[in-house]
Structures are given as C-alpha cells and as structure tokens.
Design a protein around this ligand. Sequence first.
Ligand SMILES: *Cc1c(COP(=O)(O)O)cnc(C)c1O
Length: 317
Amino acid sequence: MHDFRYEAFKIDLLRNNRMIIEPLFLPAQHTSGCQFYIYRGDLECSIAPGNKRHKLKYHLQQASKKNKSILATFGGPHSNHISAFVAQCKHQGLTPLIVVRGETWAELTPTLRQAVALGALLFPCERVDYKLGLGAKIKKTIDEYYDHQVYWIPEGGAGAEGVLGCLDWANEIYSLSHDKSFHLCIASGTGTTAAGFAASHFKGMTVFSALKGASTLTQDVERQCQDAGLTINATIEGFDESLHGGFGKVSAEQLSFLKDLKKLNPNIPLDPLYTSKMVYKVNQLCRWGKWQHDQTLFIHTGGLQGWQGLPSDKQVY
Ligand SMILES: *Cc1c(COP(=O)(O)O)cnc(C)c1O
C-alpha cells in the first residue's frame, strides 16, 4: 500500500531542508563525547504519526484483501494505538470499532472523544474480559452482531503483521541514515516495534521498556521475530522502567528533565510514556560514564497525543 501523504511529507521536508534525522542534545552529553541523533517519527504523517501506523500497515492490507470494511481493535482510554487506528480507518473509509479497557466512564478522555468524532464506535469492556484479548466474550458478541464481518487487530497492532510493518520502517530509516553504524535506541511496550528493528539492517540496539520489571524483554523481542519468521541481525540490550513508577506514570524528575531537554532542543517534543523515559535513561547512563556508543540514533515513535491525558500542571510543551 502506498502512502501518498508520507511521500508528500518527505518531499516537503527535503524542500524545506528540514532533516527527519537531526541532532538531539542531552544535558549530560558534554561529559561523554558521545553524539546523539533522533529520527523524527513524530513528524512523518500528520494524521497518524509514530510507530502505530507502521504496526497497522499489514493489518490494513489483510483487511482489504479480505474485503472487510469494519475493523475492530482493543485499547486503553489514552491509547496511541486507538488514535492511529481511527485516523487510518477514517482515511481509508473503513468503520472503526474499539473495545475500550475499563468500565463505563462518566466522561470520555480526549483520545476517545477524538475517536468518536472521527466515527469510531466504542465498546466498554471490563478488565477481566479485556485481558482475554481476541478470546474475550465481548469479541464474540460483536462478531455475532456484525454477522462475522469484522476484521480484528490485536491490542497495539501486535503480531507478525506488526513486526513486518516495523521491519519495513526500520530499513527505510536505515537507508536515510548518514551513519550506517548508528547504535539504535527504541522505546517499547509489547516489543513488536523493537522486533522489527532487530531484524533490520541496523547492527545494535538498546530497548527501553515502558513497563516495570520487564525481565524477559530481550527474549520477548527475539520470540516475536521468530514468530514472524525473521532472523535477528542486531545485538539487543534492554532496560525496564524502574525510575518513574511504571507504565502510565510520569515522575517529577522526568518533567524537570524534559524542561531542561526542551531548552537544548526547543523543536523536539517527546511523549510522556515512552520516548521521554528512554532519553532520560540514556542521559543518566551518559552522566555515569556508562553509555559506550559514540553515535546513537533515537527512534521517535510518536505518542505526543498522550499529553492530552495529563493535567495542566504536568504539561511541558
Ligand atoms: C506503542 C508505543 C511504543 C511501543 O511499541 P511496541 O511495539 O508496543 O513496543 C513506543 N512508543 C510510543 C510512542 C508508542 O505509542
């Protein structure tokens, strides 16, 4: 599937001489002599920026091959996946259904309000059932209601389709890179995106989980590559999220770090749950003299819409 918006945007970037890979200056950088760059995945596509669009690519192709015009997926009330899923469905004239984690709410989150405004239908789902994913009772009910015409996408766009979409993305970034020996940094949740990058032409990467206690992170990434029929070319190192209180939490240290980072890089906003925690950790390792890579490339996986879910006293950008 050819995404004309993306092509147009890239041409636009070149025309304006704005690089999609640009330097990122870290507060602790001067102590180390290391250089950092960031790939601006957040700028790629105005309707669905970041990694989720790439994770959806082959899912959407499958749906189209099977002639399905109603698509369904799962997500939390602030989910970046939902945001990208609905935007892509709208763009392609498909009907998006969303099973939303958690019981009914008095008020919708900004992410869900936008989803509804773009034509999405919401199905609130209790956590116990939600956890069953594609085996959830609510899926059966929806399938029956829509006469089994629904194409389902797992939460976050995971699965082999997701990995393959990210592999294409990774190789595209590789071809854009002026330094082919860049050490990559990638933020992860399910590890699907990292799996795509691990199978790409890049040679080494560090993965930063947004989840606490992610002790099987590198194995999870390897398993997802295998399940997608891919072999791993890169060396992988991993860290979990033990500094800010776990998934979905934003710490005071993180916000103060982001304010410093913004002074050094006024035009590079990071998201609250993934990319900012990754850069925070690398800065810390750098300060301790423990970051050993001369040339590092961060992948900006988007997620800026996530700031909408935070109160005004926590806004940075
Ligand atoms: C979903 C998401 C990730 C994690 O992607 P996985 O494939 O689940 O590991 C990273 N960054 C952002 C901004 C995301 O929205």
